[in-house]
Design a protein around this ligand. Structure first.
Ligand SMILES: Cc1cc2nc3c(=O)[nH]c(=O)nc-3n(C[C@H](O)[C@H](O)[C@H](O)COP(=O)(O)OP(=O)(O)OC[C@H]3O[C@@H](n4cnc5c(N)ncnc54)[C@H](O)[C@@H]3O)c2cc1C
Length: 538
């Protein structure tokens, strides 16, 4: 039995504002959209849940995938992406993405981004060197630096410490506004409504639904949950990519540091306690096999041996190369007393990337008029059942620029005045339930899943206690959104009775050709309804 969706406690608006476009989130997707909108003369408001520097984007180390080498081709980049997506990519959308990528990235160059000169990088699943780096292993920080500077120099209004809560729609179901909470130091929300005909969700993924994730604390599935409550179509939520090489720290919870895959591209090897390579003989690409393959091999090995973690051996790179190419990784390791040029790095898989999300096209259009979704919160058909490494920043920048261009040209559409309706209200979820839920998610909805484990997750979801936080506060908002993301994921995972891409079921160990379709969910009357079908034409 699938538990019903939990809605948020009622809120009372104490302030009002107006905008032509509200962009929710300040990662690569949201800031690209805002930069593209900046010259349009539109009144653009950007919401940042925390500081302008929050989100996954500034943490991205590996790179950004684009075709620049004459030996490489769009066809090859598209084909690698489609292979990784394990039968669920939308080929036309993938082709559009890889062709749009060079010009979108050139825009970042025009904004002043300094990409590393010299050879392009190689990452798992790519058949050519096409990964652009910056600052060695600091691509995200560099992109974010130039996007932030462009926004600060523009007339776009940035509201920091302001969190999107729920959509407001008009009587025809179109977006009419957004309820927003200004967050104070104690986590209390001062709630208001921004009247607007266009909301661009760029809120990132839902990694915090798991006990171990590379995603920062502010990535709590807010955009996915907000869209779900408003009745938008969501796609492929069961597909979460687990990164194989997340730094293992005993007893750690929440965000854990990532040890970049590029380290394996440069010669690093995953080994067991005896120093034996665990990927040799497992896959033709060895340590550079797709992430789901590596994560699964690791979990299998750990389950068989009873080990809590494995090791990354990067000693062969030597001190000089580690310091010049991987300064971020080296400083993360050193902060924990590990010297990667002489010692093995402890690692285990952790939740990393949400392949699914709000169903959208590459311009961000969703199934609700006036609601757009770009970047990791969106499911466009690019990543399908599994994301190819370094394609997410590419997609975030391309879709961000495209939705910005689209809304710059759109006929100015005044925010509709009432009658308006907001989504139903309920008790919300108590913040203290987060730990138990995240533990259940990591154990039963992680790298390997089965019906029994997923039913256990649904039972935990059913039993979570309602919040008595009235008025609504940030902790309740995030707990409720994580509950919703977990509910959607567990439901989609239990319904997908096969193994495909990064969704592995031990009770259905192979792909079922009859199920090679996106799974599309939406909420109706508080319950999840499902259909399967094509992604395009949101
Ligand atoms: C450690 C790490 C390394 C990575 N390395 C790479 C890489 O090398 N290459 C690659 O392609 N991808 C990489 N990824 C993935 C990639 O970084 C993300 O997919 C991408 O940055 C997502 O961008 P985004 O703009 O969609 O979301 P994010 O950058 O996550 O930004 C989301 C924003 O939304 C805000 N927000 C969330 N909820 C609300 C709300 N309710 N109200 C207001 N604001 C809200 C957040 O505060 C944040 O500002 C990595 C991810 C991590 C975590």
């Amino acid at each position: 039995v699938i538990p019903p969706l939990r809605f948020l406690p009622a809120t009372r608006a104490t302030w009002h504002a107006e905008a032509d476009v509200v962009v929710v989130g300040t990662g690569a997707a949201g800031l690209s959209a805002a930069v593209a909108l900046a010259a349009s003369g539109r009144r653009v408001v950007v919401l940042a849940k925390g500081e302008l520097t929050s989100g996954s984007t500034p943490l991205a180390q590996g790179g950004l995938a684009i075709v620049t080498d004459p030996e490489d081709s769009f066809a090859s980049h598209a084909s690698d992406t489609i292979v990784a997506a394990a039968g669920l990519a939308d080929d036309a959308i993938v082709n559009e993405l890889v062709r749009s990528a060079p010009s979108a990235v050139a825009l970042l160059g025009q904004l002043g981004a300094r990409f590393d000169a010299g050879s392009l990088g190689l990452e798992g699943g790519h058949s050519h060197r096409r990964i652009v780096h910056a600052g060695g292993d600091a691509i995200g920080a560099e992109l974010h630096r130039v996007l932030r500077a462009a926004i600060r120099a523009s007339n776009v209004e940035v509201m920091e410490h302001s969190v999107a809560i729920d959509l407001v729609t008009d009587d025809e179901g179109r977006v009419a506004g957004l309820s927003v909470g200004r967050v104070d130091a104690s986590g209390s929300l001062e709630v208001g409504v921004i009247a607007t005909p266009a909301v661009v969700l760029a809120t990132g993924g839902y990694g915090q639904a798991f006990a171990s994730s590379t995603n920062p604390a502010d990535v709590t599935g807010d955009g996915l949950a907000l869209a779900a409550r408003a009745g938008a179509e969501l796609a492929n939520v069961e597909f979460v990519q687990f990164h194989p090489t997340v730094l293992f720290v005993k007893g750690a919870r929440g965000q854990s540091p990532l040890i970049t895959e590029a380290l394996r591209g440069a010669g690093g090897v995953i080994v067991d306690d005896d120093g034996r390579s665990i990927m040799r003989g497992e896959h033709p690409l060895g340590d550079l096999a797709p992430r789901d393959v590596v994560a699964y091999s690791m979990v299998k090995h750990m389950n068989n041996s009873g080990a809590t973690h494995l090791w990354l051996d990067a000693r062969s790179l030597g001190t000089g190369r580690l310091a010049s190419q991987f300064p971020t990784t080296v400083s993360i390791c050193r902060s924990l007393g590990i010297e990667p040029s002489t010692a093995l790095i402890p690692i285990a898989p952790g939740a990393h990337y949400a392949c699914g999300g709000v169903r959208a096209d590459l311009d961000g259009r969703t199934s609700i008029a006036g609601l757009f979704a770009v970047g990791e919160v969106a499911a466009t058909g690019v990543h399908g059942a599994n994301r190819l490494a370094s394609n997410s920043l590419t997609e975030a920048v391309v879709s961000g620029c495209r939705v910005g261009a689209l809304l710059s040209q759109a006929t100015r559409n005044e925010a509709t005045s009432p009658p308006v309706s907001s989504v139903p209200t309920g008790g919300g979820v108590r913040a203290s339930s987060r730990n138990a839920l995240a533990t259940a998610m990591s154990r039963h909805a992680g790298v390997v899943r089965d019906r029994e484990g997923l039913e256990h997750v649904l039972a935990v979801l059913e039993s979570t206690t309602s919040s008595d936080a009235t008025p609504l506060d940030l902790a309740t908002l995030e707990a409720t959104n994580l509950h919703t993301a977990s509910l959607l994921l567990a439901t989609a995972a239990i319904q997908r009775e096969e193994s495909r891409g990064c969704h592995r079921r031990s009770d259905f160990a192979t792909p079922d050709p009859a199920l090679a379709q996106p799974q599309i969910l939406r909420i109706r009357d508080g319950q999840i309804v499902t259909r399967t079908g094509a992604m395009a034409g949101a």
